[in-house]
Design a protein around this ligand. Structure first.
Ligand code: GLA
Length: 391
């Protein structure tokens, strides 16, 4: 840690002249264990923050300038803007995320009174679906609170991050990613009811097994538009159900009530989308019960069922994620495996017994390379804390 801190400060000094008054911060990435595409359907999710994430070095300025530098995108160099021009633009690239959060504070009645210099370094693999953008958003909010004493909780930081992503960056995401990051707790996952934001922590006790993330390295393309398409399919299905069933969201339905009323949904594709949302929510509730009862095997089975539903009913997997998961299922010592995050690329998450991890990485890696033509990357991860100042 000390090493990272020192080398970040050194880089900050190189880019911004000196390190006077600069502070070092960290915000994690996240992985979702189960409860996928339920957060915009009023359902439950069960993500955890990771120990990998985004480091930031920041200091206040006495003028209105905003100067940003990312060690992950060094070719972009120093990207400048100003508090007087908080609008998104393609040239601003990744800096649209911190800018969006600064803008969002203003929209919520907390006008940011001065500029800042900000240097970032992320160790979340790029475009992996482990929420590097939400990590940058929560980090920025955390820095602003620290600088200016805004009266906001970590939960507010999550909501402000989501608001900025929806309104400034025009990505219609749910609350899961920002919430998991802002509220992260070491060795715990967060069982969150997205209908009312009530939540509880559940220790991830895996008894001789670990969480392994496999990154497909698939370049994402159509992802965002498909994401919005799934959202609107669910909204239409909900409106059709509401003609006869008094519900505010798909998350309010159990499987039985859904099956009784599924005929109200006029089209077969939408029926499958809604079915996933309903069943996945119930699976998530059951999975957390299983984990609390120390029944990891049952938890793993529910992860597997989640993947099948995302593959067949929600159709957000694709050959890369399916290959990673289906090869994982063949390895002895794999307790459960599924895609995680939005899908269409990104990562899978698996629970793998300690003694099987090497074989898992070798076998799944080789089969993936053989079938897809390029490598997957593997990370053994742990659940970590939310954002912090690194003193
Ligand atoms: C992305 C979104 C989340 C959530 C997941 C799917 O990560 O940002 O809000 O909808 O996809 O579960």
């Amino acid at each position: 840690m000390e090493n990272i801190r020192e080398s970040l400060l050194e880089k900050f000094g190189e880019i911004f002249g000196d390190t006077v008054d600069a502070k070092v911060y960290f915000a994690p990435g996240r992985v979702n264990l189960i409860g996928e595409h339920t957060d915009y359907n009023g359902g439950h999710v069960f993500p955890c923050a990771l120990t990998i994430g985004t480091y930031g070095v920041a200091r206040k300025r006495t003028d209105n300038r905003l100067r940003f530098y990312s060690m992950n995108f060094e070719k972009l160099g120093l990207v400048e803007s100003s508090l007087d021009d908080l609008t998104p633009s393609p040239e601003a690239d990744w800096t649209n995320y911190p800018k969006g959060v600064i803008w969002a504070f203003g929209e919520k009645g907390m006008k940011v009174p001065g500029g800042m210099d900000l240097l970032l370094l992320g160790n979340i693999p790029n475009g992996s679906g482990l929420s590097s953008s939400a990590s940058v958003e929560v980090l920025t909010g955390f820095v602003l609170r620290d600088f200016f004493g805004f009266d906001v909780t970590n939960q507010d930081l999550a909501l402000i991050g989501q608001f900025s992503e929806n309104q400034f960056n025009k990505v219609n995401c749910g609350i899961m990613d920002q919430f998991a990051i802002a509220m992260g707790k070491k060795d715990n996952a967060i069982f969150l009811d997205t209908a009312d934001l009530s939540y509880e922590y559940a220790p991830i006790i895996l008894k001789g097994a670990k969480l392994v993330i496999a990154c497909s390295n698939k370049k994402r393309g159509l992802g965002d538009s498909k994401y919005n398409e799934r959202r609107s399919e669910c909204e239409t299905a909900l409106a059709e159900l509401q003609k006869a069933v008094p519900i505010a969201s798909l998350g309010e339905l159990d499987e039985e009530t859904f099956e009784k009323n599924a005929g109200l949904i006029e089209n077969e594709v939408r029926r499958r989308r809604a079915k996933h949302a309903v069943y996945e929510n119930q699976r998530t509730i059951r999975a957390v019960k299983a984990l609390k009862a120390n029944d990891i095997e049952a938890f793993g089975q529910l992860m597997n069922a989640s993947h099948v539903s995302l593959r067949d009913d929600y159709e957000v997997t694709g050959i890369e994620l399916d290959t990673l998961v289906e090869e994982a299922w063949k390895v002895d010592g794999v307790i459960g495996s599924r895609m995680t995050g939005a899908g269409f690329g990104g990562c899978t998450v698996s629970i793998v017994k300690d003694e099987a991890i090497d074989e898992f990485i070798e076998k799944v890696g080789a089969a993936y390379k053989e079938k897809i033509g390029y490598n997957a990357d593997f990370y053994v991860v742990e659940a970590g804390d939310g954002p912090c100042v690194m003193e």
